[in-house]
Design a protein around this ligand. Structure first.
Ligand code: IMP
Ligand code: MG
Length: 188
């Protein structure tokens, strides 16, 4: 698929699943929950790139207690859909997390494989506490037992784009969550 072509690009957006306003409203609530629970504690929001960058940017502005931000990047390598595989950290955090209450900010939990590896890795560094907040949850797709501490939206088994989530690196800039439409049927 050549998404650089505007027509192809637009035909990939099937329908809006979660509107900009719905996301805003849910983030306001999540920000308040975080502010209430972490007030007076050293708080570090950790985003797993790239998908969660938009969510983190909005979420941190809904938090009104002191907090710091850090980023990491993880790549998953799996042969087909087998559950065995490995996750490589391609960019690590800059903070020593043993001094912080850490919240992992995720875009979506799908099979749960990437996040479960990231959790294992961060737990070994003994943060003061570790929790997970995710914008979207696709529980029907889970192959690893894993639950977010806070999930803003539960969605069915659809491939979604927008608000940080991509298909072939496109659509991250959409301000809403949409269902991706295969259209021509060719793979990216
Ligand atoms: P998993 O939970 O290890 O399967 O991987 C989750 C990652 O796969 C997410 O962080 C996304 O980058 C990507 N992903 C899963 N489902 C979707 C989707 O519907 N749209 C876009 N990316 C997705
Ligand atoms: Mg992600």
């Amino acid at each position: 698929m050549n998404f650089a072509d505007p027509e192809t690009y637009r035909s990939g957006i099937n329908r809006v699943l979660i509107s900009e306003d719905e996301i805003k409203e849910a983030i306001k609530k999540a920000g308040k929950m975080i502010s209430d629970s972490y007030d007076g504690r050293p708080l570090l929001l950790v985003s797993v790139l790239k998908g969660a960058f938009v969510f983190l940017a909005d979420l941190c502005r809904a938090v009104d207690v002191p907090c710091e931000i850090d980023f990491m990047e993880a790549k998953s390598y799996y042969a087909d859909t087998k559950s065995s595989g490995s996750v490589a950290i391609t960019m690590d955090l800059k903070h020593d997390i043993s001094k912080y209450h850490v919240i992992i900010v995720e875009d979506i939990i799908d099979t749960g494989r990437t996040l479960s590896e990231v959790i294992k890795l961060l737990k070994a560094r003994e943060p003061l506490s570790l929790r997970v907040i995710t914008l979207l949850d696709k529980p029907s797709r889970r192959v690893v037992e894993l639950e977010a501490d806070y999930s803003l939206f539960t969605i069915p088994d659809l491939f979604v784009i927008g608000y940080g989530l991509d298909y072939g690196e496109y659509y991250r800039n959409l301000p809403y969550i949409a269902e991706y439409s295969e259209g021509g049927g060719e793979d990216a």
